[in-house]
Unconditional design. Sequence first.
Length: 559
Amino acid sequence: MDSVERLVDAYRHGGISRREVVKRGAAFGLTVSAISGLLAETAAAAVGRAGASAVKRGGTLKEGYDLDFSRMDPIATTWYDPGFYALYNSIVDKDPKGRIVPDLATGWKFSADGLTATFKIRKGARFHTGRPLTAKAIKEVYDAIADPKSGSPLRSLWDPVEKTLAPNPQTLVIKLKHPYYNLLNVVQTGYWAIVNTKTRNKVGATEYGKKVIDGTGPFRFVEWVPGDHVSVKRWDQFYGSIVPYFKNKGKAYLDGVRWIAILEAAQRATRIENGEIDTLRGPNFPDVPRLKKNPKLVVTELKEWSGYVFGPNFKKTQLGFDDLRVRQAISLAIDRKAIADKLFFGLAEPMFGPVTTGDANYNPAVEKYNQYDPNKSKALLADAGWTPGSGGILQKAGQKMSFSITIQAETFNQQLGAAIQDQLHNVGMDVRVEALDRGTYFNKLFAGTTDAWIFFYSWPVPIDVVSLFVNSANADGKGPDWSNAKIPEVDAAVDTWLNAKNRAQLRAGSMALQLKIAQLLPIIPIVNRRALWVHRKNVHGYLVHQWNLYPHYSDVWLS
């Protein structure tokens, strides 16, 4: 049993006082708030233990998902889907209050100079194939991410790391090039989930995550069928969880989980209403009021931390996308409020900067920019040398303002693409919408061959992923600067944010970066939607919260 488990167990049985828990927990690297959360969860578990016998084991949860599925390889995936939360663990997790809590690590601490982070790794954890989970196994994953050849789309978030060490099986040390206060947020995400690299190397990096998965989660992989479903089954040899807010610390209650891709939004509500699926992410917005009135359903609405952005390819110089006036004109032509009200039925809000109002570090100063003004848009285009030609379409030096916007083939994306198409047409742009399946979409984005693109990023700390879209180090096929934007002032703001030594500097850096993006538009913010989840009332223990992209499935059971 690891140290945090022993500590909580001793407190629960009256062996030590609350004060002693705080003292020892601090030695493990836990904050006072995290310790308080542990004790609160312990008390809640004690109250609820009397009803634990009511839990029914067995059954397969069927969950509707509003996107297609990506290859489930943390090191090289383009997106992490709900299956990651069943198949893998990260070294830390986030609880419903946004606190960093133990997962594969029991505790952590930073050195006084902020250049060393030390994690204590729990004992007894192992991969599905039986290999023990040690600090060395975690180091192998982090070293693979750091390798430019690995294909990790978010590798640049690891650039502040100098090296990772594993001096003994239960100690992981991360040496930093400079203070990097954001480290805990990074290692908590699915892109830093822990995979058995021995299995991955044996299968091959290009094939792993398709037919073979070797993680440490409470479920084992069954199959992945792109465009249709992903399924997993309970791992009966699961070693147990130490995540404080999980009520079930042992093996999963469910026999398995099957995630079903429902790309046609109009089908989603019907399928959960008639019982074809048990849970659902992303119902069609017009259906939400009806779902909320259904006595058999529970609708959870969260203020989404993510949003839709538009990316013009700076390499398309013939279209003027490298000209700030043209990018500003595109932004001013977009009626964000109309999109939020009509397309999303009020379950969305305009974005004038790259980060949503749901973020703790949101900078309201961005609202000075990118307000809807089609007349100013036309004036900027004229100033940039674009004049109306045949059919009212703008032209310059024989080049028509004609281009395509690449999107994912999914209902909301297609509706948004059509709305942007119409609004840009109103200022003289001939726009086509190119809807692609998920794999082809990402391949084209990373190849840098799009004219422009629309993307919905989903991330619990939005400035992390936004920084990747605008950092010129990620241009030219090296990462997700799919616009190939190279703006020195934006790069400088990214560097300042990355070098934050404490919470105050991280906040200031985030706010400054938001403002630079709103002003210089390496990407163009559009709108942010509500995060909506639905589950039938026969589904118990189904907890979604704002700090994780998806629910965990250890506590879930069906009656």
